[in-house]
Design a protein around this ligand. Structure first.
Ligand code: GLN
Ligand code: ZN
Length: 754
C-alpha cells in the first residue's frame, strides 16, 4: 500500500513563514527575500515527506496566506477595486488578504470565513457579473516545477471548481452556475499544463461534497466533472473530500471517470456504509483517510488495520490522512517540557507521517513489524486520561434549574439600566488591546525566569493603568483592562485549570500569519485557582466607569483545545462550564458588575450537516453557556462575544444563550445579519461591530456614523451597543487609538441626533 497526505502545515516547524511574512509586512523583508523563504520552506517540507516515506507528496498546499485565495488569484477572481490599485502581484495578493491603505488607494480586505468545521479561516472570493474567470496565475505550476527540479514528482493540489464557486460570494446577478463553463475551461488548462510538465497525479479538493447537497447541486457537480474530466488528458485525477462523508453525492462520484477518490473514514460517519452499500469501482484508487488530520492523539493501529482489511476487498487502497495536516501542529520533537508518558500518546504532523509509514510497513510485512504493532496496542490498553471523581459527580448532579438564569432578560434589563446608568448607544471594546512587542517581551521574560513575578505583574499593571486612562480620555463607556497578561484566549484559562496540558511550539495556523496553540485536555477539568480576578479587580480601582470582566466561555475553550477521546464533548464542556462558573461568581463577588464571556468559537464545531446541529451540538453547547452565568445577580450584566457573523441560521439558539448583551462581527459581512436579528425579534442587546479590526486601516468618523445609522435602521436604539467587531490584540497602537477615537466620536454624533 502506498501512503499519501492531503496537505502539510506550510507555516513551518517554528512558524518561519509567519515571521518572514510579518517582516515583509513591516517592510523589513523584500519581495525577493520573502519569495526565497517560501521556496526554502516548500523544499524543506517536500524533502521531509520524502524522508518519512510518503509516496504521494502534495504541492500547491503552500500559501503565503490562504490556498482558497491562491486559487481565486490563479483564476483571475480579483475584484476591480484591487486591480485598480495597480500594485505588484504579491502586493495585490496581500491587499486582497489584508486590505490596503496607502499611496495607491484605500480598500478593505476580502471577507474571511471559517473553513468548514475547523479553526482555519479562508478568504472568501468575490465574484461580480464582469468577473472573467480564466487561468492567469502560475503559482501552482511554479511549485510543481520547483519540486521537480529537486527530483520530486509531486501531486499538485487545488481547490475544485464546485467548492470554490460554492464558497464565493456574488455581488451581481450572476451565480455559481453562470461560471461553470469558464471554470471547466480554466481547470482543463491547468490539467493540461501540468501534464505537459510531467505531472502524473493531480488532487482536486472538493470538500463541499460533505455538506448537505440538493439534487440540483449534485447534478451540477456531475455536469462540471463530466465535461472537465473529458478534457483531462493524461493526468490522473484524485477528487479529495474531507471533514465528513459524501452521502449525497457518492453514487454520482463513483460513476464519474476520476482515477482516485479521497474519502474520510474518521469524520465521515457513513463513509464505510456507503462503500458497503454501493460498492467501489475497480478502476479507481481509494485514498482512505484513516489517520486523523485534526486531532493530536496517536492512531489506534489495531482498529485502523481492521478497517483497512475491510477496505482492501474494494480494490487498490492508498493510506491517507483524513484531511490536510494543516490543522495539527508541526512536530512533537520540540516539546521538551512534556514527559514521555504523555507524549507517547501524541502524534503531530510529522509523527502522523510516521504512522502512515508504520501502517504501510505492518501491512507489507506483519511478522517483521510485530513489535511496532505491539507497542501501539499496549498504549491503548492502559488507562490514559487523568480522572477526578468529584468533577464527574458534579456534572452528573446537574439539574434543569442549573441552566436557567432568573429573572428574565427583560426584567434584568430594567435593573441593570438603573444600576449602570449608561448612555444610549453605549461604547465599549471587545477586551484586548494591542499586544505590543513590550507586552509580549514581558511575558516571555517572565516565562524564562529573567524577571520576577512582581516585575511581571507591575508591568502589566502599568499597561492596564495606561489603557484605562486612554479609554477614559477618549470617553468610552464600558472599559476593559486590555488583556495584557494573556498569551491567548484559551491557554491563559487552561493554565489555571486542572486537567490541561500545554505545549511549547505546537502552533496551528488560524488565518494568514496568525497561529494558535491549542492546549490539550488530558483529564477531568476543574478550576485550580482564580484566573482573572486580580487584574480585573485592580483595573476597576482605577476608574468609576464599569470595568468589564473578561472570560472565555466553555464551548470556545473546548473548541480551541484538543479534546479527549474517551468522554463525550458534552461532558467535557460541562466540566469546563462549572469551572468558569466559579470564576464568574468570584468576579461578581469582587465588585465586577459587567462580565463578558466570550464564545468566539461557538459556531466552529457546528456539525456540517444541518440535521445534526441540535442533536449533536446545540442541545448541549447552548445550555453549557447558560450554566456559566445562571447563578449571577440580576444586576450583573453578562456579555458575550462571537467572532464572525455567520449565524443567521442559529440566531434563535444564540438568543437562547440568555446573555444580556452580545457583540459580534457584522461589519465585514456588510451587516447582513441584522435582518436575521430583526426577523426573530432578537431579545439580547447587540453590538454588531462597527468596524473591521482584522485590517490596519482606520475607519473615519463619517464611515462609522453611516454604519451606526445602518444598524439603527434595523434595530431599536435601546438595544444597540457600539464597539469594534473583535479584540484589538493583533493591531498596532496608532491605528487602534485613532479608530477608537473615531468610534466614540461617531457614537456621540449619532446620539446627538437620536
Ligand atoms: N476578549 C477577546 C479579545 O478581545 C475576544 C477575542 C475573540 O473573540 N477572538 O481578544
Ligand atoms: Zn471576535
Amino acid at each position: 500500500m502506498k501512503t499519501s497526505i492531503i496537505g502539510f502545515p506550510r507555516v513551518g516547524e517554528l512558524r518561519e513563514l509567519k515571521f518572514a511574512t510579518e517582516k515583509y509586512f513591516r517592510k523589513e523583508l523584500s519581495t525577493e527575500e520573502l519569495e526565497k523563504k517560501g521556496k526554502e520552506l516548500r523544499n524543506k517540507h517536500w524533502q521531509l515527506l520524502v524522508d518519512q516515506g510518503i509516496d504521494f507528496i502534495p504541492s500547491g498546499d503552500f500559501s503565503f496566506f490562504d490556498t482558497t485565495l491562491d486559487a481565486a488569484v490563479l483564476l483571475n477572481i480579483v475584484p476591480k477595486k484591487y486591480q485598480a490599485l495597480q500594485l505588484s502581484p504579491l502586493e495585490t495578493y496581500f491587499a486582497l488578504a489584508r486590505g490596503y491603505q496607502g499611496a495607491s488607494g484605500d480598500v478593505t480586505a476580502l471577507a474571511m470565513k471559517k473553513w468548514f468545521n475547523t479553526n482555519y479561516h479562508y478568504m472568501v472570493p468575490e465574484i461580480d457579473d464582469d468577473t472573467e474567470l480564466r487561468l492567469v496565475g502560475d503559482t501552482l505550476f511554479t511549485a510543481f516545477n520547483e519540486a521537480k527540479e529537486a527530483g520530486i514528482n509531486t501531486r499538485p493540489t487545488i481547490i475544485g471548481p464546485f467548492t470554490l464557486l460554492k464558497l464565493a460570494t456574488y455581488h451581481g446577478t450572476k451565480r455559481a452556475v453562470d461560471f461553470y463553463e469558464d471554470a471547466i475551461d480554466a481547470y482543463a488548462q491547468i490539467f493540461n499544463r501540468l501534464a505537459k510538465s510531467g505531472c502524473q497525479w493531480l488532487q482536486i479538493d472538493e470538500p463541499a461534497l460533505v455538506l448537505d447537497l440538493s439534487t440540483a447541486e449534485v447534478q451540477q457537480f456531475k455536469t462540471i466533472y463530466q465535461k472537465l474530466l473529458a478534457k483531462k488528458g493524461t493526468v490522473k485525477v484524485l477528487v479529495q473530500t474531507y471533514f465528513g462523508d459524501v452521502r449525497d453525492a457518492y453514487q454520482e462520484l463513483i460513476d464519474l471517470p476520476f482515477d482516485g477518490l479521497g474519502l474520510d473514514f474518521v469524520e465521515g460517519r457513513k463513509t464505510l456504509n456507503l462503500l458497503e452499500k454501493y460498492g467501489f469501482p475497480e478502476d479507481k484508487t481509494l485514498f482512505a483517510g484513516i489517520v486523523n488530520g485534526k486531532n493530536i492523539w496517536k492512531n489506534n493501529y489495531k482498529e485502523t488495520l481492521a478497517l483497512l482489511e475491510k477496505l482492501q476487498s474494494f480494490g487498490e487502497v492508498v493510506l491517507n490522512t483524513s484531511c490536510s495536516l494543516l490543522h495539527v501542529p508541526f512536530t512533537l520533537a520540540n516539546e521538551t517540557g512534556l514527559s514521555k508518558t504523555v507524549t507517547d500518546y501524541f502524534a503531530f504532523a510529522v509523527e502522523k507521517l510516521a504512522e502512515l509509514n508504520d501502517l504501510k510497513q505492518i501491512i507489507a510485512n506483519k511478522q517483521s513489524n510485530q513489535a511496532l504493532l505491539n507497542t501501539n496496542i499496549a498504549l491503548f490498553t492502559q488507562e490514559r486520561f487523568a480522572k477526578n471523581e468529584q468533577v464527574a459527580q458534579q456534572v452528573n448532579a446537574l439539574t434543569e434549574q442549573d441552566f436557567v438564569r432568573l429573572p428574565s432578560l427583560t426584567d434584568r434589563a430594567v435593573v441593570q439600566k438603573d444600576k449602570l446608568k449608561l448612555p444610549i448607544l453605549p461604547t465599549t471594546t471587545i477586551g484586548s488591546f494591542p499586544q505590543t512587542k513590550e507586552v509580549k517581551q514581558n511575558r516571555a521574560k517572565f516565562k524564562k525566569g529573567e524577571i520576577t513575578e512582581t516585575q511581571y505583574t507591575d508591568f502589566n499593571k502599568a499597561k492596564i493603568a495606561e489603557c484605562v486612562a486612554f479609554q477614559e480620555e477618549i470617553g468610552l463607556d464600558v472599559l476593559v483592562h486590555g488583556e495584557f497578561e494573556r498569551n491567548d484566549m484559551v491557554e491563559y484559562f487552561g493554565e489555571s485549570l486542572d486537567g490541561y496540558l500545554f505545549t511549547e511550539k505546537a502552533w496551528v495556523q488560524s488565518y494568514g500569519t496568525r497561529c494558535v496553540k491549542p492546549p490539550i485536555i488530558w483529564g477531568d477539568v476543574s478550576r485550580s485557582n482564580p484566573i482573572t480576578v486580580a487584574y480585573s479587580k485592580y483595573a476597576q480601582t482605577l476608574t468609576d466607569k464599569p470595568m468589564k470582566g473578561m472570560l472565555t466561555g466553555p464551548v470556545t475553550i473546548l473548541n480551541w483545545s484538543f479534546p479527549r477521546e474517551d468522554i463525550s464533548l458534552r461532558e467535557a464542556t460541562l466540566q469546563l462550564a462549572l469551572a468558569i462558573q466559579e470564576e464568574v461568581l468570584d468576579l461578581e463577588e469582587n465588585g465586577i458588575e459587567i462580565i463578558q464571556i466570550d464564545e468566539a468559537a461557538l459556531r466552529e464545531k457546528l456539525p456540517l450537516r444541518q440535521s445534526d446541529w441540535h442533536s449533536e451540538y446545540l442541545d448541549w453547547a447552548i445550555p453549557a453557556f447558560r450554566l456559566v452565568h445562571s447563578k449571577v445577580k440580576p444586576t450583573t450584566q453578562i456579555h458575550t462575544h462571537m467572532c464572525y457573523s455567520e449565524f443567521a441560521d442559529i440566531i434563535q439558539d444564540i438568543d437562547n444563550m440568555d446573555a444580556d448583551v452580545i457583540s459580534f462581527e457584522a461589519s465585514r459581512s456588510n451587516l447582513t445579519i441584522l435582518d436575521a436579528l430583526k426577523a426573530i425579534d432578537f431579545q439580547t442587546q447587540v453590538g454588531p461591530g462597527v468596524y473591521d479590526i482584522h485590517s490596519p486601516r482606520v475607519p473615519s468618523v463619517g464611515e462609522i456614523e453611516t454604519t451606526i445609522h445602518n444598524i439603527l435602521s434595523k434595530l431599536a436604539v435601546e438595544k444597540v451597543w457600539i464597539n469594534p467587531d473583535c479584540g484589538l490584540k493583533t493591531r498596532g497602537v496608532p491605528e487602534t487609538e485613532a479608530s477608537l477615537k473615531n468610534l466614540v466620536l461617531a457614537a456621540k454624533k449619532v446620539r446627538g441626533g437620536v
